[in-house]
Write a protein that binds this ligand. Structure first.
Ligand code: COA
Length: 255
């Protein structure tokens, strides 16, 4: 059974990440399925908004680290890049219901959504440096712009996790909701686009994103090149092995 479930109801295409036994870690096949869902939603005139959600207690733990080690992305044609491109270029409003922990790309993708609602039990984190990697998909640009360098550095250099309330105060999210209400609330907000003229919504979203489009695209390219390199680095190998061996990584020998 697919780990990505897409349902179209009341003008909203809901993309549900459903792999709870692996904390909704995202494989290449799951990225490809989400890309298809986003493209279909874009092409279907009955879809007024897209809603991305996870499972109770977990939004996504980010890239599947096993998959990442075995089949590392090699460039812009890789499944993860294609998914992020489809998200960045989605002309329709994208709403996220962060039902639980959002790690790595789970938090990064929120920067490219339009409305973000977070469970009061969720923790968000972008622990790229502790994985031997770098910030991804425009976050090295967008995070400092949103919250200033110092607060972005806690999240991107130290990889500190943060709450939904922090995400709201930093401008990443709209509101924190009780865990059992976050999806319902996000769906209600997504359904509000049914009552608005779709062309005006589309044009406004385009205007809002337009000014940063070129620099976001340049950041994604620069970050992507480094991620592809760093995935083969001894630092990343040590970090990934440590995760699966359930031990702390040892970076003391690296300079
Ligand atoms: N990739 C692959 N497998 C993952 C995973 C990931 N990103 N996140 C969790 N899993 C797997 C675990 O290996 C474990 O598998 P197992 O039952 O076969 O041993 C299972 O999912 C449950 O994870 P576990 O760590 O036991 O759950 P937890 O509740 O203690 O912790 C997290 C949940 C999300 C905090 C923790 O799993 C985690 O930190 N994951 C890695 C997140 C990460 O670094 N993502 C960044 C990717 S760039």
């Amino acid at each position: 059974m697919s780990n990505i479930k897409t349902v179209l109801m009341n003008g909203v295409a809901t993309i549900e990440i459903a792999r709870p036994e692996k904390k909704n870690a995202l494989t290449l096949d799951m990225y490809a399925a989400m890309t298809r869902s986003l493209e279909q939603a874009g092409a279907d005139s009955s879809v007024r908004a897209v809603l991305i959600t996870g499972q109770p207690g977990i939004f996504t733990s980010g890239n599947d680290l096993q998959d990442f080690m075995n089949r590392p992305p090699s460039g812009p044609d890789s499944a993860v890049f294609q998914f992020m491109r489809a998200l960045v270029e989605c002309e329709k409003p994208v709403v996220a219901a962060v039902t639980g922990a959002a790690i790595g790309i789970g938090t990064t993708l929120l920067l490219h959504c339009d409305l973000v609602y977070v469970s009061d039990e969720a923790r968000l984190a972008m622990p790229f440096t502790s994985l031997g990697l770098v910030a991804e998909f425009g976050s090295s640009l967008l995070l400092p712009l949103l919250m200033g360098h110092a607060r972005a550095a806690e999240k991107l250099l130290l990889g500190d996790s943060f709450t939904g309330a922090d995400a709201v105060s930093c401008g990443i999210a709209n509101a924190v909701l009780p865990a059992d209400e976050v999806l319902r609330h996000a769906r209600r907000m997504a359904e509000r686009f049914n009552t608005l003229p779709p062309g005006a919504v589309r044009d406004t979203k385009k205007l809002m994103r337009q000014r940063q489009k070129q620099s976001v695209s340049e950041a994604i390219t620069a970050e992507g090149e480094l991620i592809v390199q760093r995935l083969r680095s001894p630092e990343a190998t040590e970090a990934f092995q440590a995760f699966f061996q359930r031990r702390s990584p040892d970076f003391s020998k690296f300079s």
